[in-house]
Write a protein that binds this ligand. Structure first.
Ligand code: NAI
Length: 340
């Protein structure tokens, strides 16, 4: 006799039986922008996550092919494809988590803010769908500029009367993943053992790694701190330039988004003590949104932690980033306010 989880590994029918027997049912996740550079590898990683029982792939192009391909992998997750605006709502009904990497990426010479004109409208439309079809879902925003697209999502949800600040999260995990990697490289240690908090926002100098708070405690020289801070802030641009016009970070972003999605789902399931950095509605500074460590739980973000003690270099970085971040947040809010 097989355990329900083992049975689930045998396919869809067994999965349904697993549910009927009270086995862990997993969560329903929608990925919007699923055919893109981030979307495709992220879809693969989500299909491999045992906590995802149903995976909906939505895009304006190519999802039938991506879905057919992915559906041949022998994991128990059920995958369904949705293509074109007419199928957006069907892709969202009943979802627990919606992950949004839809939109255009940067080319060399572009800032994330240069993407605003195209991506702002895309995020607005997709969030209107979320408000209508799965107002209780946790929403992960990946589309750039995150510093503006998260406020846009919030304004859409407020207009629709579905806003819950605990359930709206801008994904900055890639900044932490990069920080852990680069710091580990300098120290000559395993990156999996390093934990670097990254605060602020997700663009250039608004990305502020707190190298004084690296865990476990390591001492870095002043030159190492300067080098690491700049490299972490420019990590995205490093990839954009290396890709020379064919896009921005996709594989490392898919890895980071899958890691953050898994943390969120484990917390939704009731696992305690899951702490990640994320760009969220916040009161830890005088700005309405800020990235810092947050506690994830059954309702999304249960607690936003204060920044902790900063050294002088970090205090200067914080003062500088706040002006730029404030302007990006206001740009997002104004975008929705000026739409009919
Ligand atoms: P991509 O161009 O390869 O893929 C974007 C996908 O979105 C395409 O398949 C496209 O058809 C789809 N799309 C466009 N309009 C849509 C709509 N209205 N509804 C649904 N899907 C739509 O771009 P990539 O490389 O996957 O990047 C996606 C976004 O993620 C960009 O805005 C990029 O700047 C951002 N990004 C964010 C990071 C972060 O740390 N938060 C890191 C890296 C990228």
């Amino acid at each position: 006799h097989l355990q329900p989880e083992q049975e689930a590994a045998h396919g869809v029918l067994s999965m349904q039986r697993c549910r009927m027997q009270g086995g862990s049912p997993g969560f329903k996740v929608a990925l919007l922008g699923a055919s893109g550079g981030i979307g495709q590898p992220l879809a693969l990683l989500l299909k491999m996550d045992p906590l995802v029982s149903v995976l909906h792939l939505y895009d304006i192009v190519n999802t039938p092919g991506v879905t057919a391909d992915l559906s041949h992998t022998d994991t128990s997750t059920i995958v369904r494809g949705f293509v074109g605006k007419d199928q957006l709502e069907a892709s969202l009904v009943g979802m627990d988590l919606v992950i949004i990497p839809a939109g255009v990426p940067r080319k060399p010479g572009m800032t994330r803010d240069d993407l605003f004109n195209i991506n702002a409208g895309i995020v607005r439309t997709l969030c209107e769908g979320v408000a209508k079809c799965c107002p209780n879902a946790v929403v992960h925003i990946i589309s750039n500029p995150v510093n503006s697209t998260v406020p846009i999502a919030a304004e859409v949800f407020k207009r629709k009367g579905t806003y819950d600040p605990r359930r709206l999260i801008g994904v900055t995990t890639l900044d932490v993943v990069r920080a852990n990697t680069f710091v580990a490289e300098v120290l000559g240690v395993d990156p999996r053992l390093v934990d670097v908090p990254v605060i602020g926002g997700h663009a250039g100098i608004t990305i502020l790694p707190l190298l004084s708070q690296v865990k476990p405690v390591y001492s870095l020289t002043k030159d190492e701190v300067t080098y690491l801070t700049k490299r972490i802030q420019n990590g995205g641009t490093e990839v954009v330039e290396a890709k020379a016009g064919s896009g921005s970070a996709t594989l490392s972003m898919a890895y980071a988004a899958a890691k953050f999605a898994d943390s969120t789902l484990r917390a939704l399931r009731g696992e305690a003590g899951i702490i990640q950095c994320a760009f969220v509605p916040s009161q830890v500074t005088d700005l309405p949104y800020f990235a810092s460590k947050v506690l994830l739980g059954r309702n999304g973000v249960e607690e936003v932690f204060p920044l902790g003690p900063l050294n002088e270099y970090e205090r200067e970085g914080l003062a500088k980033l706040k002006m730029e971040l404030k302007a990006s947040i206001e740009k997002g809010i104004t975008f929705v306010a000026t739409q009919s």
